[in-house]
Design a protein around this ligand. Sequence first.
Ligand SMILES: NC(=O)c1ccc[n+]([C@@H]2O[C@H](COP(=O)([O-])OP(=O)(O)OC[C@H]3O[C@@H](n4cnc5c(N)ncnc54)[C@H](OP(=O)(O)O)[C@@H]3O)[C@@H](O)[C@H]2O)c1
Length: 343
Amino acid sequence: MRRTPEQLAADQTGPAPAIVTADLSGKTLILVGANAGLGFEAAKHFARMNPARLVLTARDEAKGEKALAQIQSATGYTKAELWIIDLANFNSVISFADRAERELDRLDILIENAGMMTYEYEQVEGWEKTLHTNNLGPGLLAIRMVPKMVETARKYLVNPRVAVVSSDTHYWTEIEKEIIASPNILATLSSKEYCTQEVMHHRYHDTKLLNILFARALQLHVPSSPAITVCAVNPGLCFSGLLSGIPTDSEVAEALRNEREELAFTTEEGSRQLVYAAIGSLDDEETLRGKYIQLSKVTEESDFAISEDGMIVQEKIWEEMLEIFGNIDPKVSEVAEVYLTKA
Ligand SMILES: NC(=O)c1ccc[n+]([C@@H]2O[C@H](COP(=O)([O-])OP(=O)(O)OC[C@H]3O[C@@H](n4cnc5c(N)ncnc54)[C@H](OP(=O)(O)O)[C@@H]3O)[C@@H](O)[C@H]2O)c1
């Protein structure tokens, strides 16, 4: 599907879909990036649904504690837990995953929400920072959580869910043919030579496209029985801290801010889409598997995402991620061996 500026404006000026709710008693959720923005608002919605465990993450302890206190006072829910994870640090992701493996009896819902946007090229642990934060960190975490989710499905006869927060900005980018033909797509996308200023201006969009391809690949490679649902979701254009990484004096930033002033949903309205991706359509689970959601509806992804090239990138980045993660975390190879199906 193509998405025109007119469609975007129409969607953003129509009513935001209502919040869906469910009884989450007995369930365990992990919501990544809950101290601010959409994740913070979604955390309040989930808290009101009374899960047995609600693991909220932040990368900064003080920010996380402050958010936790606010969530508690807004909802009266006292069981939310703060766990620290920095997605741009593989050791932090591995420690988090080890802890979840040890301390959680079950995992019903994983919401991969945290993300960032910048036009500046910076490398962290050898990877361009946006790609590391928005794709590699979340990818490693999701793969490490597969065994816990499969066990949960088996033991409690439920259908665990992974919701990956993407964006409709994915409609406005694609991966070029030379990159697709390169021996390693992620390494090429990450390299300083490739990341010109122009590329960095659509880097965020690229990462949101990769979120969708990853969600589809994960869905394809997790066991079909017992089933896990993996979906990607667009919260819509919303007020949040996301633009804080963009220089305030640039023309593009000015345009983005104007667009936001004119069209954005409130942060709370946007958070409803995270909630939908986590607990919407519970009686028709299959319709969400491997799908992209916006405005609480399964929606066709971009023409590139559904093209043959899109499918090739999906499978290549899946293989590349397994290799990258396998080299830094021995447990990934075990997960792949025991839980993930081959292409
Ligand atoms: N707002 C929109 O219009 C919009 C539209 C489409 C999609 N999205 C997506 O929605 C998600 C949430 O963004 P938002 O709009 O709520 O932005 P936000 O207000 O900036 O919140 C981003 C969250 O991600 C966390 N985060 C950033 N870098 C991290 C890292 N390295 N490790 C762990 N956590 C990290 C932030 O923590 P700190 O507070 O420590 O930075 C914060 O909790 C993102 O995936 C974004 O791409 C947003």
